[in-house]
Design a protein around this ligand. Structure first.
Ligand code: OOG
Ligand code: MG
Length: 257
C-alpha cells in the first residue's frame, strides 16, 4: 500500500468529482494511523494547489455515532479557505459527489494554542462561538468506508459556513443548546449541542490534546468545527439550507448547481 498514491487518488477524486472504492477492501491491514499519514499528504496537495489552512474539524463526536462505529475517540481533519462559503452564500452541488449537510458549532481562536487545554482555558482562547453548517462529501461510493478510509479522506470534509455568532456567551449554557436544521423553511433535523461530546467545548479540548501529541500549534484566527449535532441530510441544487442554534443565531447557504 503506497500512502502517496492513495493521497493522490483521494485528491483526484475530489477534483474530478468521482467516487472511489474504499481502500480497506483492497488493503485490509490499512489502519487509522496510516489514515492520518495519508491525510497529511492530502493537506500538502491542497496547499500546493494554492489553498490555505484555515482551521480544523472534529468528527464522530456524538456518543451515538461513536458507539455505532465502535470508537473511543473522535476523529479530526483540516479545513481550507477553498471549502469555506460565506454566510448566506452559494454552495455548489456540481462540484461535489453526494453532499450532505449537518448543523455544527464553530469556535474562532483568538490566540495560538501550544498545549492541551483545561475547560476554563478553552473558553479563554475563543474569540467567538458561532452556529455553523458543514457539508460532508465522502469520496467513497455510498459513504461506504471504515475508519482508516474516512480519516485518510479528511473525514469527508468538503464545505462549511460559519454564522455571526457571539463574542461573549455563558460557558455553562453551551452544553445544552437546541439546534434545528431547516431545508426550504422546513425543519428536517432537531438536536442539542449536548450531542457533541456532552458539551461542544470538549471538542476543542480534545483537539488541543491531539495537537499537543502531534507537536502542532493551533493558530489565532483558525476556525474549529466541533462536530455534527444531528444526522447529516442530503440537499439539492435550489435548496435553501439554514441552521438555528439557540442563543447563537443562524447560518445559511443557497445550494446551486
Ligand atoms: C464523517 C464526517 C464526520 C462529523 O461532524 O461527525 C463529521 C462522515 O460521516 O462522513 O464531519
Ligand atoms: Mg461534521
Amino acid at each position: 500500500m503506497d500512502k502517496r498514491e492513495i493521497a493522490h487518488i483521494l485528491f483526484q477524486a475530489d477534483r474530478q468529482v468521482e467516487e472511489i472504492e474504499r481502500f480497506t477492501k483492497k488493503y485490509p491491514q490499512f489502519g487509522v494511523e496510516e489514515g492520518y499519514e495519508i491525510q497529511e499528504i492530502l493537506l500538502e496537495h491542497h496547499l500546493k494547489k494554492g489553498s490555505h489552512l484555515v482551521g480544523w474539524k472534529m468528527g464522530m463526536t456524538s456518543l451515538a455515532k461513536m458507539r455505532q462505529m465502535n470508537l473511543k475517540d473522535p476523529i479530526h481533519g483540516f479545513l481550507t479557505d477553498e471549502m469555506q462559503v460565506s454566510d448566506k452564500g452559494v454552495m455548489s452541488v456540481k462540484k461535489r459527489i453526494h453532499p450532505k449537510v449537518e448543523p455544527e458549532i464553530a469556535f474562532l481562536l483568538k490566540q495560538d494554542v501550544h498545549k492541551a487545554l483545561s475547560a476554563p482555558e478553552a473558553f479563554s482562547v475563543i474569540s467567538c462561538i458561532a452556529p455553523a453548517l458543514e457539508v460532508i462529501d465522502s469520496r467513497f461510493k455510498d459513504f461506504d468506508f471504515k475508519l482508516p478510509d474516512v480519516v485518510a479522506d479528511n473525514c469527508s470534509s468538503s464545505g462549511f459556513v460559519v454564522g455571526g455568532g457571539r463574542t461573549r456567551f455563558p460557558s455553562q449554557r453551551l452544553k445544552n443548546l437546541g439546534i434545528v436544521l431547516e431545508i426550504n423553511g422546513k425543519a428536517v433535523q432537531f438536536g442539542s449541542s449536548a450531542a457533541i461530546l456532552g458539551d461542544p467545548i470538549s471538542s476543542l479540548i480534545e483537539l488541543s490534546k491531539i495537537k499537543e501529541r502531534e507537536g502542532k500549534v493551533l493558530r489565532a484566527g483558525e476556525v474549529i468545527l466541533a462536530g455534527g449535532a444531528t444526522a447529516a441530510v442530503t440537499f439539492q441544487a435550489g435548496d435553501h439550507v439554514r441552521a438555528l442554534v439557540e442563543g447563537l443565531g443562524s447560518v445559511e447557504f443557497f445550494a446551486k448547481a
